[in-house]
Structure formats: structure tokens, C-alpha cells
Ligand binder design. Structure first.
Ligand SMILES: Cc1ncc(COP(=O)(O)O)c(C=O)c1O
Length: 353
């Protein structure tokens, strides 16, 4: 059945998403959005392989977890067939980032070795979320788009975490004016009040499914309650100018992050784009040895997390990093209050330097 809220939500999303993306398949969350993105890409292209990066998270279901590169994938292996890795541009606090040219050349080499005509799609988080707020070097997203065009491969943008204003624009791909073929979303779509995800597709892909059956179905597909929550949420983003607030407060947060780095020897690096931020904590500024190993913790990071919770600052502490991803409605005063707690916490890790 068609419902009015679903139609209104689709029209609204077509307005907000990049380029000619104007058809949406609604799911119960982000992982299902990515599962259906895989299926759409395979059915549309007639090819089967999907390339994804190691430093990524795409969801907790079979296909999405196979796409996922981080250790959350390991327990679900071997996973679904046909997934291969494309290069990361970031290699951890000690090795840093590659240039756009280097990473794109290595990506093209991987495509040649895999056989580009066997590749249905590449999936990336345009700005990586839980794997470290990785902001791509300029030209990377455009270069990935060009490689996909050259070989007839679809580009899937996983905007589940970075979408809906988190980075100071509606979608993080908007920072590079790139139009992906498929875009997956969830979380901010309803501000997570009600479970809803979606995969959006460009017009020529939607047209393909006018003539070809899409073998996908979910009992709760386009649930009116969730669609209504999404419409109401988007109205609040607009009425309260929250995307612009994220951009403006992102600039304030950048100054606060830089200030932490100038005063705390255990702050190795900070990154943010809008209200999507992270602090990488190190034991040694020269060697940039992380305060906790990859996929591990340390007494100092645990103590830091404990102090944050005790002081009422709820944030994600992972390995040698912690995230600064406040609500999009945050004010400068509230950011100042939060950063005062961070300041206090970093005295713990400074002592280990
Ligand atoms: C980038 C990204 N993609 C996909 C997902 C999966 O979304 P969900 O948990 O709604 O299935 C997440 C969730 O953390 C995510 O961060």
C-alpha cells in the first residue's frame, strides 16, 4: 500500500540528497540499508563483487558485516562471497595519511587485479565514523567517483553515521560535490527516535527496477510511524537550523580541539568536520605511540573513560581515541562545559607520557 507519509518523506529526501537521487527503499536501520544497497548494485549491474575498506563499519548483519573492515567482522567470517578490500588512505596515528594520488593509484591497481568487469560497486563512508573520523584528502572522493565511472562500477556512500548534518552539511559527500549512485542512511534520519533506514538511488537505477522486479521485502518496509518520525525530525533540522549550527559549532569545536592539543602532551592528533570529531591519545609525541593498541585498551584509556562518565560526559572511548560528537543542537556554553571535563580527563593520560 502507498501511504501519504512515505510519499512525502521520499519527496523530501529527493530534495535533500545529492544529484538525481530520487527513489528510496526504506528499511529498519543502517545494516539493512547496506544489505539492500548490495542487492540493488548486483541486480542493476549484473556483476557480483563489492569493494570496501578495512577502516570501516557498515552494520551487524551478514552482508553488511562482511563489508565491514574493522574487527567486528572477524566473528562473522567467512561472511558473504564477493567482498574484497580497497585501500585505506589512513594508516593509524603512527603512519598517518597517504596522498590522494597514492591511494587512488593503489585503488585502481586493486580494481585491475580483481577484474573491473566483475565489480558491481565500491562502498565507503565518505567521512568514516567509528573507525576514526577519517576525513578524506581533497580529491579522493572525486577520484573514486571518476574510477567508478571509468569502469562502470556503482559508488555507494554509507551516510548512516555522517549523514543528516553531522558534518555541517546534509550529507558528508556534499563537502566534495560528489553524487554517489546509492546512498544509505539511518540514525539521523529520525534522530534515532524510531528505527528507520533507507537506501536512495539515482534515477537511472530506479528506472531499471520499473522494468525488473526488485527481490527485496521487509514486513516493516516504509512503516508509516517511522516515516512520520523522519518527516518530523527533518522539519526540526530545518526549523532550528541545526545543520548550520553543526557547521558553526564545528568551527568552535575545532578551536577547542586545537587548544587541547597545544596544552596536553598526550594529545597526538585531533580531527573534526562539523560536529564529527575525535582525539587520538598518544604515549609519546615523537614516536606517536598510541595510548592503547589497535583493537585494545589500556589502564589509562579505561581511567579516562571512567572519569568522563563520572563527570557526566557520555562519549565513545575506543582504543586510543575518544569521540567528540555532541548533539547537533549544542551551544558554545555546553561545548565549553564538555571540554572542561575533557581537559580534566587528559591530565590522567598526560601522566603516562
Ligand atoms: C557507518 C555505519 N553504517 C552502518 C551502520 C549500521 O546501522 P544500524 O546499526 O542501524 O544497522 C552503522 C552503525 O553504527 C554505521 O556507523
Amino acid at each position: 500500500m502507498a501511504t501519504e507519509v512515505r510519499a512525502r518523506l521520499s519527496v523530501k529526501l529527493a530534495e535533500l540528497t545529492p544529484g538525481d537521487i530520487d527513489a528510496f527503499f526504506f528499511t529498519n536501520g543502517g545494516a539493512e540499508a547496506n544489505e539492500n544497497a548490495i542487492r540493488i548494485a548486483r541486480m542493476f549491474s549484473g556483476r557480483h563483487k563489492i569493494g570496501a575498506r578495512y577502516r570501516s563499519y557498515h552494520g551487524g548483519t551478514a552482508g553488511a558485516l562482511t563489508l565491514t573492515g574493522d574487527p567486528r567482522r572477524w566473528a562473522a567470517e567467512p561472511g558473504i562471497p564477493g567482498v574484497f578490500r580497497i585501500p585505506d588512505f589512513y594508516h593509524g596515528i603512527q603512519r598517518g595519511s597517504e596522498t590522494t594520488e597514492e591511494v587512488l593509484a593503489r585503488t585502481e591497481e586493486v580494481l585491475e587485479l580483481e577484474g573491473p568487469k566483475t565489480v558491481a560497486a565500491l562502498i565507503v563512508e565518505p567521512v568514516t565514523g567509528t573507525n576514526g573520523i577519517l576525513i578524506p584528502p581533497d580529491g579522493y572522493m572525486q577520484g573514486l567517483r571518476a574510477l567508478c565511472d571509468k569502469y562502470g562500477i556503482l559508488l555507494i556512500a554509507d551516510e548512516v553515521m555522517a549523514g543528516f548534518g553531522r558534518t555541517g552539511k546534509w550529507f558528508s559527500v556534499d563537502h566534495w560535490n560528489v553524487v554517489p549512485d546509492l546512498i544509505s542512511m539511518a540514525k539521523g534520519l529520525t534522530s534515532a527516535y524510531v528505527q528507520l533506514g533507507a537506501v536512495g538511488m539515482r534515477r537511472h537505477i530506479a528506472d531499471h527496477f520499473e522494468k525488473n522486479v526488485f527481490y527485496g521485502g521487509l514486513t516493516y518496509n516504509s512503516h508509516p510511524l517511522a516515516c512520520a518520525a523522519a518527516l518530523a525530525t527533518i522539519a526540526v533540522y530545518e526549523e532550528d537550523d541545526l545543520i548550520e549550527n553543526a557547521r558553526r559549532m564545528g568551527e568552535v569545536m575545532q578551536r577547542m580541539l586545537a587548544d587541547l592539543q597545544s596544552r596536553h602532551p598526550s594529545v597526538g592528533e585531533t580531527r573534526n568536520i562539523g560536529l564529527f570529531g575525535i582525539v587520538e591519545v598518544v604515549r609519546n609525541r615523537e614516536t606517536r605511540e598510541p595510548m592503547a593498541p589497535f583493537n585494545g585498551s589500556s589502564p589509562e584509556m579505561q581511567e579516562l573513560g571512567k572519569l568522563f562518565r563520572q563527570e557526566g560526559l557520555y562519549t565513545f572511548v575506543r582504543w586510543n581515541t575518544f569521540f567528540t560528537n555532541p548533539p547537533l543542537c549544542i551551544t558554545e556554553e555546553e561545548l565549553t562545559e564538555a571540554f572542561a571535563i575533557i581537559d580534566k580527563g587528559l591530565e590522567i593520560t598526560d601522566r603516562a607520557v
